[in-house]
Ligand binder design. Structure first.
Ligand SMILES: C[S@@+](CC[C@H](N)C(=O)[O-])C[C@H]1O[C@@H](n2cnc3c(N)ncnc32)[C@H](O)[C@@H]1O
Length: 336
């Protein structure tokens, strides 16, 4: 059973269903159900998660800080030695500053452009200003808290990549990354997927690819310091492929960039209703409430069969993936 998992190194959890940004790239904000992962359930599951070897839990969503008691979600995980990463819009950082510095090893905020572009992409007035105030508040308590930022690149911000990095530097982040926008999957609360018009609205059009090339070259020249300092870890060559070739592939101008990913063998996502997936884009394995344990869900006969048959190099969802990664796996476990 080489595809049965004896351990997981990381876990993504989605504590609150909705969001306080209204991003052009995402429909999660349309979920106003206020559904949440219950802190008592996390408390109940935490021992097993520790036994499974989970070292890092990334709280995402949705906006985790909208959870009515996120401190109680974090506590049992922290008590068991898991490192916590908070992925946030930043709007509520100021209100929850003490809880954030007490619980999180890294705060990863979304930054989708220089201030006015960020506000318009996220469709929230003063979103950037609230993010700055939030970061000031957490740093007033813990000046060396590690803060990272990420920008999802699409038609509404691709002409501002260098300014986005300058803005990230002003925010004092230690890491910054770019990711192309996924428009084809059902992730980001898009059951049934977006129709062609919605997809076309967000992607960088084929006509605009030369302008994207120019903007990327401007980024590499004007922000060379961000690359040499390690704030941006990806090389210019990687970003040319990851961002530019990705959008060119959407327009069938070249194949999708090659994917190297072992995430389904070392990671999982627990959604707000207990649904468990191998990653944000692939079909669900099952539900934690019904199966009773994470191990039972990720090692159900159907889940093991799915991993056995998964070829990330040819799988259509994997080929179009925008966030493929690798994690350390135990010997003998992993993609064929
Ligand atoms: C869905 S958000 C949830 C965390 C938090 N509420 C936030 O806004 O950062 C997680 C990340 O997904 C990114 N994202 C949103 N729409 C996306 C898309 N269509 N493709 C790829 N990433 C996307 C966001 O920019 C953000 O960095």
């Amino acid at each position: 059973m080489p595809h049965a998992l004896s351990e997981l190194s990381e876990l993504f959890i989605w504590p609150h269903a909705g969001c306080n940004h209204r991003c052009v790239s995402c429909d999660i904000w349309q979920d106003t159900s206020r559904r949440e992962l219950a802190a008592e359930d996390i408390e109940r599951w935490a021992d097993e998660w520790q036994q499974l070897g989970i070292k890092e839990v990334i709280l995402t969503g949705g906006e985790p800080l909208m959870h009515r008691d996120l401190g109680a979600v974090a506590a049992p995980l922290r008590e068991r030695g898991m490192a916590l990463v908070l992925l946030s819009t930043g709007i509520l950082l100021k209100r929850h500053a003490q809880q954030v510095v007490d619980n999180y090893d890294v705060v990863l905020v979304s930054l989708d452009g220089p201030p006015e572009i960020h506000d318009s992409v996220r469709r929230v007035p003063r979103a950037h200003q609230l993010l700055v105030r939030g970061l000031d508040a957490v740093r007033a308590i813990k000046p060396d808290l590690r803060v990272a930022a990420r920008c999802t690149v699409h038609r509404y911000n691709y002409r501002h990549l260098a300014e986005t990095v300058r803005t990230a530097q002003e925010l004092g982040v230690y890491r910054f990354s770019f990711i192309p926008a996924d428009v084809t999957s059902e992730a980001f609360n898009r059951a049934g997927g977006w129709d062609a018009d919605r997809q076309e609205d967000l992607v960088i059009s084929e006509d605009a690819l030369p302008a994207l090339d120019q903007e990327l070259e401007r980024l590499f020249t004007e922000c060379a310091d961000a690359f040499s300092s390690g704030m941006i870890q990806e090389s210019p060559d990687h970003l040319r492929s990851y961002i530019r070739d990705y959008y060119a592939a959407f327009h069938r101008a070249n194949p999708y960039p090659a994917v190297s990913c072992n995430i389904p063998w070392g990671s999982a996502v627990v959604e707000v209703d207990g649904t468990v997936r191998p990653c944000f884009f692939q079909p669900e394995y099952g539900n934690l409430h019904e199966a009773g344990s994470l191990e039972a869900v990720v090692n159900s006969p159907a889940a093991v069969k799915w991993r056995t048959e998964l070829d990330v190099a040819t799988d259509e969802t994997c080929q179009r993936c925008v966030c493929f990664r690798t994690v350390d796996l135990p010997a003998g476990i992993g993609p064929a």
